[in-house]
Design a binder for this molecule. Structure first.
Ligand code: SAM
Length: 327
């Protein structure tokens, strides 16, 4: 039977799944680097800067004993940060089987290439799954509610369709306790669209990254297009090569409000660095991580191209409405 709408939906659904698989395969295939390989990376200082940003967010919002949900946890690069924050429980989910496997290895303390360390002090559950497709309130019914949810460098993968973007927020909202916090980092749509408009064609970038938009966005206006499914290809040297989607921030904010979140703050990475490098404890952390040399407020050890790539990202903090139970 002819059902044009149905088949359109089917096609959309199929291509969404194909793209989600592409993203998963890309991350699964990225093998663990040795310490030497990591230090030789052309974006080593950008990686360190991003680790600093995540550490600052965690230090600002994680409290001793917290139950933490890490959406798109990857290889578990943040496990040590959570350990330092003395959290009480951790659930990590990622779509990439290879990454979850590495995350388990790291959690179990086996042959970790960065450091051999004692076991983590908190119990953890590590799950392979698509956090933007599945209703996590069912999967994690026994683990919820969480005090804190983190989604680092990954929420934009949910903006391929409205259904997925909503599922992502519905999942976090359903699993956080009232007053719980949702922290994350993702590409800054304002910066990306501004750079696209300044570019001659549909591609822009520098020696460490490039972004390429599809032909269908050649008018660069996005007036008539849906705010979901604005796809581009992102290449970051030695890190990412995958389809990604624009997250227009004002729409993200109002969608989040529908799911009972209020915005605490949103900051571009440059602004984030300038603001938190005013605090001695975070200057000291930066010095230890080695992203900005002496901890100056400039990009003294980051190359200019890495600093420009950092500008493509932003951090956000949302709070789930309501008061925590007084127990
Ligand atoms: N959060 C980790 C970190 O900061 O180190 C990993 C960040 S990595 C740039 C992006 C991660 O998002 C990858 O591990 C990828 O597999 C994961 N991801 C992408 N789409 C996902 C989905 N639909 N569900 C769960 N994880 C997803």
């Amino acid at each position: 039977r002819h059902d044009p709408q149905g088949s359109a939906h089917f096609l959309e659904d199929e291509s969404t799944k194909i793209f989600a698989r592409k993203v998963a395969d890309h991350y699964s295939a990225r093998s663990n680097q040795t310490l030497e390989e990591r230090e030789a990376s052309p974006i080593i200082h950008l990686k360190k800067l991003n680790n600093w940003i995540k550490s600052v967010l965690i230090q600002l919002y994680a409290r001793r004993g917290d139950a933490v949900l890490d959406l798109a946890c990857g290889k578990g690069g943040d496990l040590i940060k959570w350990d330092k924050a003395k959290i009480g429980y951790y659930v990590g989910i990622d779509i990439a089987e290879g990454s979850i496997k590495d995350c388990r290895t790291r959690y179990n303390g086996d042959a970790d290439h960065h450091q051999r360390r004692k076991k983590f002090t908190f119990p953890a559950r590590l799950i392979c799954g698509d956090c933007y497709e599945v209703r996590l309130d069912k999967v994690l019914a026994d683990d919820a509610p969480f005090d804190l949810c983190s989604c680092q460098f990954a929420l934009h993968y949910s903006w391929s369709t409205e259904v997925r973007a909503r599922q992502a927020l519905a999942n976090v909202s359903a699993l956080l306790r009232p007053g719980g916090i949702f922290i994350g980092t993702m590409p800054d749509a304002n910066v990306i669209i501004k750079k696209l408009r300044e570019a001659e064609g549909l591609t822009f970038g520098n020696s460490v990254y490039w972004v390429r938009f599809d032909e269908e966005f050649s008018d660069k206006k996005f007036k008539s297009s849906s705010p979901f499914g604005i796809k581009y290809t992102f290449h970051l040297e030695d890190a990412v090569d995958c389809p990604e989607w624009i997250v227009p921030f004002h729409i993200f904010k109002s969608l989040a409000e529908e799911y009972d979140f209020e915005l605490v703050f949103a900051k571009n990475s440059h602004e984030f660095v300038h603001e938190y490098m005013k605090k001695p404890e975070f200057v000291e952390l930066m010095r230890r991580l080695g992203a900005l040399g002496d901890g100056n407020q400039d990009q003294s050890t980051l190359s200019a191209d890495e600093w420009e790539a950092a500008y493509l990202y932003m951090s956000f903090v949302l709070r789930k409405r309501g008061q925590p139970d007084k127990t």
